[in-house]
Design a protein around this ligand. Structure first.
Ligand SMILES: [Mg+2]
Length: 171
């Protein structure tokens, strides 16, 4: 049951996710989280590096949709300047937002990867929706109140995986 929380892959940050590698695997779309995945949760807009990453994906024909549990104002302000589709108040780990994003990108499940920094929302939701999941290290160690609670549970699950030898990375 806990395997639902196990990501398919783990990277340090989004920049390790390369369009050439995705293309080789037949991936045509990314569903990514926003807070602490693309930028720190308290940073309003994309950094030049993030803008460049989005451009590289676009140049390689890879669609990107941002799905976030955060409010409309936050998600819209961040996503619109990037010209990228978004879903706000996504209620991850529920599957609905992932399905909406997949449908909007007009892609099949095996053509999509999910990127996020939280096991309890991004990874659980992506796995439940039948998608390939990539966990990133949270950009900053601080979080909004609601996330702080999730992190405690997350640490327990991580320790379990580590004990079982299912993950090898360090915090
Ligand atoms: Mg996040």
């Amino acid at each position: 049951m806990l395997n639902r929380f196990l990501p398919n892959e783990h990277v340090k940050n989004i920049f390790e996710v390369r369009p050439e590698v995705l293309k080789e695997k037949g991936i045509k779309g990314i569903i990514t989280d926003l807070d602490n995945t693309l930028v720190p949760w308290n940073v309003k807009s994309a950094t030049p590096e993030v803008i460049e990453w989005f451009k590289q994906m676009k140049d390689n024909g890879i669609k990107v949709t941002i799905i976030s549990n955060n409010k409309e104002e936050r998600v819209k302000m961040f996503s619109e300047p990037l010209g990228t589709p978004f879903v706000f108040s996504a209620r991850k780990p529920l599957r609905r937002a992932f399905k909406v994003a997949a449908r909007q990108m007009d892609l099949q499940k095996d053509e999509i990867v999910v990127i996020g920094d939280q096991l309890l929302t991004d990874v659980l939701g992506g796995n439940s929706a039948g998608l390939y999941t990539i966990l990133v290290v949270p950009i900053v160690q601080t979080d909004e109140k609601i996330t702080q609670f999730n992190r405690k549970i997350e640490r327990k699950i991580m320790n379990y995986f580590r004990k079982k030898g299912l993950i090898s990375w360090e915090d």
